[in-house]
Design a binder for this molecule. Structure first.
Ligand SMILES: Cc1ncc(COP(=O)(O)O)c(C=O)c1O
Length: 379
């Protein structure tokens, strides 16, 4: 899709959020106006299809941003770890799906039990094995209330989830263990293989969920929740038996999403402010946002570890912990020593987790410094 050395197609078109002046760099900046517009857009599009939105909050790990999603009509939230669930529940969010096959042993069993014991919290948890379900059932122990579980189905992503044809068998086994099986879910992560993979991945989610939901019914289990989603597949998978979509990245957007056509060019709410700290070596400038700010995430269809919208010919070619080398071709415009530049990261979710807080802005004005509440809560 790309020519080595050339900016990746579609990516230079990003209209970045405006940076406030005087930031201490590197800084994570999130434009709340763009966040609100993104929250509303997908919420409205799904509402028009009669499908709920349960956004994955691992993208931002912020209670405040989750509240913006709920205010825009989200039906609850998704998280990826018990730690994220604990933080969101402590922040007052009362409907949480842990879309992950939690292996509930040791401290995790106790933590799951503590969350489950909260009668003010609607909690559900993923599973994709009978052994995992046994541990979830054991963790609920003497609570007298079954844990609500959702069976993960593999739509062809090849990560987690049982084959759709085996859904009845796994759901029945979990029910027999005393769990409350409320439905099935998929993650169409194979959409990230490239723009031409999105329609197929969405269709895979819908067809595998349809098979799985029918098999639950045949096993006497009502599939109340038929949950699909990723950001690229969010709209195309919102059809047929699907009752909810769990997109996450849509809220902040990033370079990958714009490249895939899943975020509009003005839908990127996240930016890194970085300073040019060296121009000593010919043909390049060096900025202070390295791998510990931008990560090393780079799909093979993108060139560079992020982009500089104001310098479309520049390529972030190499990253070290605290340096990024930006190649600037001969004759092209390049930023000056000391200049603060806007960098759009490739993948927002991992970038956010590298920061304690973000600078919340509206149209370039700072409105606060907001914590990344669930930062580092990867278990
Ligand atoms: C299980 C699950 N659901 C939902 C999502 C959200 O997808 P996206 O990041 O494409 O918005 C993810 C992301 O990895 C996921 O793993």
């Amino acid at each position: 899709v790309t020519t080595p050395g050339a900016p990746a197609p579609g990516v230079t078109a990003i209209e970045p959020p405006a940076l406030p002046a005087g930031l201490d760099t590197p800084a994570l900046v999130i434009d709340i106006g763009i966040v609100e517009a993104n929250a509303r857009r997908l919420g409205d599009q799904l509402r028009a299809r009669g499908v709920a939105l349960r956004p994955h909050t691992k993208t931002h790990k912020s209670v405040a941003l989750a509240r913006i999603q709920l205010a825009a009509g989200a039906a609850g939230i998704t998280v990826g770890t018990l730690g994220e669930a604990e933080v969101m529940a402590a922040g007052g969010i009362d409907d949480i799906f842990v879309a992950y096959p939690v292996w509930a042993v040791g401290p995790k069993a106790a933590r799951l039990a503590a969350l489950h014991a909260r009668t003010d919290l609607a909690l559900s948890v993923g599973f994709d094995s009978v052994a995992g379900a046994e541990r979830l059932a054991a963790a609920a122990g003497s609570s007298g209330r079954p844990v609500r579980v959702v069976l993960e189905i593999d739509p062809g992503n090849g990560r987690t989830g049982v084959a759709p044809a085996r859904a009845g068998q796994f759901a029945g086994a979990a029910r027999d263990l005393g769990l409350d099986v409320i439905g099935v879910f998929t993650h169409g992560g194979h959409a990230y293989r490239g723009a031409d993979a999105i329609a197929g991945a969405a269709a895979d989610e819908v067809s595998s969920l349809a098979v799985a939901a029918d098999l639950l019914l045949a096993a006497g289990i009502e599939p109340q929740v038929v949950s699909a989603g990723s950001t690229p597949t969010a709209l195309a998978a919102a059809t047929g038996p699907v009752t909810e979509i769990r997109a996450g990245t849509y809220l902040l957007g990033d370079r990958i999403q714009v490249f895939l056509g899943a975020s509009p060019p003005d839908g990127v709410a996240i930016a890194i402010a970085a300073t040019v700290i060296s121009t000593a070596v010919d043909g390049q400038v060096v900025i202070d946002a390295g791998a510990k700010t931008l990560t090393k995430d780079m799909p093979d269809y993108l060139i560079g570890f992020g982009s500089l919208p104001a310098y479309p010919d520049a390529t972030i070619e190499r990253v070290f912990d605290y340096h990024a080398v930006v190649r600037t071709p001969e004759g092209s415009r390049r930023p000056a020593l000391g200049e603060v530049v806007t960098v759009i990261p490739n993948h927002c979710c991992v970038v956010v987790d590298l920061h304690d807080e973000f600078v919340a802005t509206r149209a370039g004005e700072i409105v606060g410094r907001w914590p990344v509440d669930a930062r580092g809560r990867s278990r």
